[in-house]
Design a protein around this ligand. Structure first.
Ligand code: C2E
Ligand code: CA
Ligand code: CA
Length: 605
């Protein structure tokens, strides 16, 4: 082969060696390997610009420096340390020079150095010199090598960037569809999943259920112990639900602590599906209500579940979730069953609830509320007081029992506004009443106070302020409370009642006997009067067990030095029977229905 052909062949082989490889190390390895063979070298080295992590970079930046990258033949022990530092010195000197190639001789070897653009150096190590022809043919190959190196580094940077972008995108997608704390799906995502599940259920003719689970006393953990504990509990609840359901179950969380589950692929047969879902629900309740043992203490949660069935696409995902939540809310409100299936009437009641809330707000603005009074009597038919009862003169519904709308107002802060109205109006009426000649035995007007109102910090001050504003004796006002105060902040309520008692405002326990009445509770409350609920009074002369209960209540009251009054007395027979049992105070239709304030003013007994 003539020299020209030989050189071309070398060029050709080396260029081919660079090949199509995108991985820098592999490409250079092949190149060095072939260069060794073609050029009969003892060793070849590549030094390139690398950052601190050893990643090749082709642009000079502060962090990057030229470092040994690869040698071939690769010696087991690598390049000797002293050879390595000698080579490094060679490379550094060479890099600073404004030339593309040079040859030096030391350690009885020839070293041919070629610049790989700005970013690296290629070294051929040989026992003897290269021919001039080969030397001059090499820069062309080196050029190609440089370009390929840059392309490879670029390619990898791009691949890396795409990977990073994909990761960031995946993270963003994850965050957009998941709850941060529990890793469960969020509202948006569960709606999307449910839409798919509805389609599948319709096509496959199966049954699916959406469950809405709410943790009842969760907020108190957050409030009393702190969010960090609340968060831990929430994560554990999420895990427990995951563990107690199938892998395919879609689980989401929204509104802080409302869990939504989609359970589908259940049999089309309603009975069969109902049985399965019943078991699943029982298992979930069991697992959630099992105590949580944390470093901060042991906690227990109770939960309520509402559920809605779907078999086809007649309802939207949004509606099904909403219905399950409505059923959950109903279960919570009734507190009788832990789980309830959605029924249309629940929505109707909820709508009525919403309508009432709006109307109550308007009624407060329009001044549509008024107070009627139901007189109370002793056994000698002397009027001894009266209970203020709220009346709402509704433009279309007329007078309606507060038993209908007070519970609705109690669910929002509207009850506070209503309570404030009642307090002020009653004080105003007491003042007017006292300007007349009162019946001899008339003691006071009592007002009904809801647990929520009593639990308010400013309640006591409001009462005192009103009594002072209208300049009425504190003893002319009594407040009626029910056992529902036990559900709220009992300590604060008791403190408030004690302060009021010192001020002179007394307290009665309303509807006694219908709740959880316990002697211990009765003893702690600074109340002076027990109101026996109408349910025990009605037909007392005919019902032995009610008679026994009332007799017991009277004894109980005596033992804690309280007076009793019977509510809802409707007949003379009831009156006589009550007197026989030792109750001498009455309120009820037999004596008088609730009457307007003007009628009360006219009452003379
Ligand atoms: P309550 O405090 O137990 O009031 C007694 C209820 O029994 C009144 O119903 C009264 O009209 C009714 N009643 C009285 N005597 C008889 C009787 O002989 N037979 C029958 N069948 N019923 C009798 P009303 O006025 O509909 O009030 C219902 C409930 O609404 C009250 O029960 C009370 O819990 C609540 N409420 C009424 N006014 C207020 C108020 O101003 N504030 C608050 N927070 N609640 C109120
Ligand atoms: Ca009452
Ligand atoms: Ca009552």
């Amino acid at each position: 082969m003539n020299t020209a052909m030989h050189i071309m062949s070398i060029q050709h082989q080396l260029v081919l060696a660079i090949g199509e490889e995108t991985d820098l190390k592999k490409m250079l390895y092949t190149f060095l390997h072939l260069a060794g063979q073609c050029l009969n070298t003892t060793n070849n080295h590549i030094f390139i610009m690398q950052d601190k992590q050893g990643t090749p970079v082709y642009q000079l930046n502060n962090d990057a420096s030229i470092q040994h990258f690869l040698s071939f033949p690769t010696r087991k022990e690598g390049i000797h340390t002293n050879q390595s530092s000698q080579l490094m010195n060679l490379v550094t000197d060479f890099s600073e020079k404004n030339i593309d190639s040079e040859v030096t001789q030391f350690n009885s070897s020839f070293y041919y150095l070629f610049k790989l653009g700005e970013f690296g150096v290629f070294i051929i190590e040989r026992k003897n010199a290269l021919s001039k022809e080969i030397q001059s043919a090499l820069p062309q190959v080196i050029n190609k090598l440089t370009n390929s190196c840059i392309a490879s580094i670029n390619y990898h940077t791009m691949v890396f960037e795409i990977k990073m972008r994909k990761e960031v995108e995946a993270q963003i997608r994850y965050q957009a569809t998941h709850d941060d704390l529990t890793g469960l799906y969020n509202r948006m995502e569960v709606q999307r999943c449910l839409t798919k599940a509805i389609q599948a259920t319709t096509v496959e003719k199966k049954t699916g259920y959406v469950l809405s689970i709410n943790l009842m006393n969760f907020k108190s953990i957050n409030d009393a112990i702190g969010y960090h504990v609340g968060d831990k509990v929430l994560r554990q609840v999420a895990d427990r639900i995951k563990n107690s359901t199938d892998k395919e179950t879609t689980i989401a969380i929204f509104n802080g602590h409302e869990f939504i589950l989609i359970i589908d692929h259940l049999p089309a047969n309603k009975m069969k599906a109902q049985l399965i879902i019943g078991d699943i629900i029982a298992e979930i309740i069991h697992t959630i209500e099992h105590p949580f043992e944390l470093a901060e203490g042991n906690f227990s949660l109770s939960c309520f579940i509402g559920y809605e069935r779907f078999t086809d696409n007649s309802k939207t995902a949004q509606d099904i979730i909403k219905n399950a939540s409505i059923a959950m809310y109903e279960a919570f409100k009734k507190s009788k069953d832990k789980a309830l299936a959605y029924k249309l009437i629940m929505s109707e009641q909820l709508n009525q609830h919403i309508r009432y809330t709006k109307e109550i707000k308007q009624a407060l603005i329009n001044n549509d509320f008024e107070l009627h009074y139901q007189p109370q009597f002793d056994h000698l038919y002397n009027m001894i007081g009266a209970e203020a009862l709220l009346r709402w003169n509704h433009p279309t519904r007329g007078y309606e029992s507060p038993a209908v709308y007070i519970p609705i107002a109690e669910e929002s802060d509207l009850i506070i506004e209503i309570g404030n109205y009642v307090l002020e109006q009653a004080c105003r009426d007491i003042k007017r009443l006292r300007q007349r000649v009162l019946p001899t035995y008339f003691e006071q007007i009592s007002i009904n106070v809801s647990a929520k109102q009593l639990a308010k910090r400013d309640f006591v001050n409001n009462v005192i302020a009103m009594v002072n504003k209208y300049q009425i004796p504190a003893s002319s006002l009594k407040i009626e409370i029910t056992e529902s105060i036990m559900m709220g902040n009992l300590e604060r309520s008791i403190d408030g009642l004690n302060t009021l008692l010192k001020f002179g405002v007394t307290c009665a326990i309303d509807d006694f006997g219908t709740g959880y009445s316990s002697l211990a509770y009765l003893k702690r409350l600074p109340a002076s009067l027990l109101k026996i609920d109408r349910s025990f009074v009605t037909d007392i002369h005919l019902d032995q067990s009610n008679k026994a209960i009332i007799s017991m209540i009277i004894q109980l009251a005596k033992s804690v030095n309280m007076e009793v009054i019977a509510e809802g007395v409707e007949t003379e027979k009831e009156v006589n029977c009550l007197i026989e049992l030792g109750c001498y105070k009455f309120q009820g239709y037999y004596f008088s229905r609730p009457i307007t304030f003007n009628k009360l003013l006219e009452y003379r007994h």
